[in-house]
Write a protein of this length. Sequence first.
Length: 277
Amino acid sequence: MNWHGATCIDRVCAIAVAMLLSGCAAPGLRHEELRAAGFIALAADPRIWHEAGAEAAAARVQPLLQGAIARVEAVHGLPFRSPPRIYVCATDACFTRLVKTPGVTAAVVADNRLILSPRLFGPEATRLPGILVHELSHVHLGQWLGHYTPWVPVWFHEGLATLAAEGGGADTVSDGATCAAWRKGLRVDFSRRDVPGRRHRAEAYGLSLPLFYRQSWRAVALLRAHDPDAFRRWLLALQAGEDFHIAFADAYNADLATLARALLEGALMTADGDCHE
């Protein structure tokens, strides 16, 4: 289917582990605490910080950063409110202390700080550009609405980020696998409301993180393709602080859950009920 998409100081890291929650974005250390944990600014770009030993990795982020920022701003329709700040871990031990969620290579923590795993500069180096854009989308929305705003559904956070990244974050699973999961009833429920303390993440639907991201991405992409002007109005209203569901109804004159489900169902399945490959 073709759709248009040096180790941390122990005391500080213990605080991080105690605070972190599952998901792409999570509470965690603020800039001052990260600096105390041994991160220093890259000489060529003060927006990028790294642990000792990760200078070369941080230098690989620098030529990607401005293009990634431009991509996010183009999709979101607004500039970043302040320069984003990226932190590059030198070791897996540092990353797992700062980011509790298993199986991820990057996360946004409190104060909208983006943490990158050393895996993105080794075995998963080809994923770095997409993951950088994906996570910067979270940073951008966090700057406008607050860190991982709880009344905006998790599926939209992840779908928008993956849309901005043109699939980054959902690139380890295929559309065929996504369709197969859908046919088994493993589906994002777009009617569920997220509120503080009640967040519907991948496990709420029996989905792996990549499948959750891919279904979410496809739904957001289809909503944009269905009515680009309505999508732009919806996203701008949302970033201005309007209610997620009310802003959608105003922009599309339709029910979000019904439209998103119908669009995704139609795109995932052929007329004879077979999955697209």
